[in-house]
Design a protein around this ligand. Sequence first.
Ligand SMILES: [Zn+2]
Ligand SMILES: [Zn+2]
Length: 266
Amino acid sequence: MERAAHLRYPFPVKIPLLGFSLLAVGTVIYSCKKDDAATTVTPTGSADIMAVVKAKYLTTQGVTVSTSGSSITLKSDGLPHNHKTPYWGAGHVLYEDFPSGYHANVNTSMSARNYAMTIAATPGAASSPEATSLGPIGMALNGVPIYNDQEGGNRALDAQTITTFDYSGAHPGPGQDYHYHTTGRYTSQNDAKLIGFLRDGFPIYGRKDTTGVYPTLDTYGGHTGATQDFPAGIYHYHAANTNYLNSGYYVLKSGSYYGTKGTFTF
Ligand SMILES: [Zn+2]
Ligand SMILES: [Zn+2]
């Protein structure tokens, strides 16, 4: 009788102990990771961008955000519904003239497109970084595509091309595809504003960090640290703090992606 009770006893005792010790190990590992993220921030950019993407893209301006597993798809018509540009055309409620001395390029107008950018919810560093190329390399919060510092034929933006920019450092391409090359009046001007996300899923900000300083950037034009949207830290790009060809415009992004490029269809 006594024996039987003795035999039965170890089981209910042992199982909770095992469960408790596993839980304890799990908690220790988790809290170590959490501490690392708060202090040194892993350079692989392990932050989850889902919540910020959902909160910051201008769904009121026609941008749609959908998710599938661990990927996010942003869709837009690529037009700057939230700001003025001469490329809306005279008579449009959002029309404004060019900066003094500037004028339309041969693509005098812009038209709606069907853009879809798909990025990872937890972007990571690429094992072999890929160069950005002509065409959309990211999407601003209003759905307008972000281009690098090149024009057709992989030529660097030149002074002539820049004279076709509006106040946003943007113009339409041959396909009437309006796009940003630089910072500007309606996106970011010498500040730390979130501009959008590039195709590798990492956010791009104005020239400053939230602390008000111009950060020292790596070869990709970014660095890892806290931002207004990611206080625990994330890899992020900044617009280059270089007055491009003394034009007063600041290129958003040049060179290679830091992370693995997602898709951008149109
Ligand atoms: Zn262009
Ligand atoms: Zn920064």
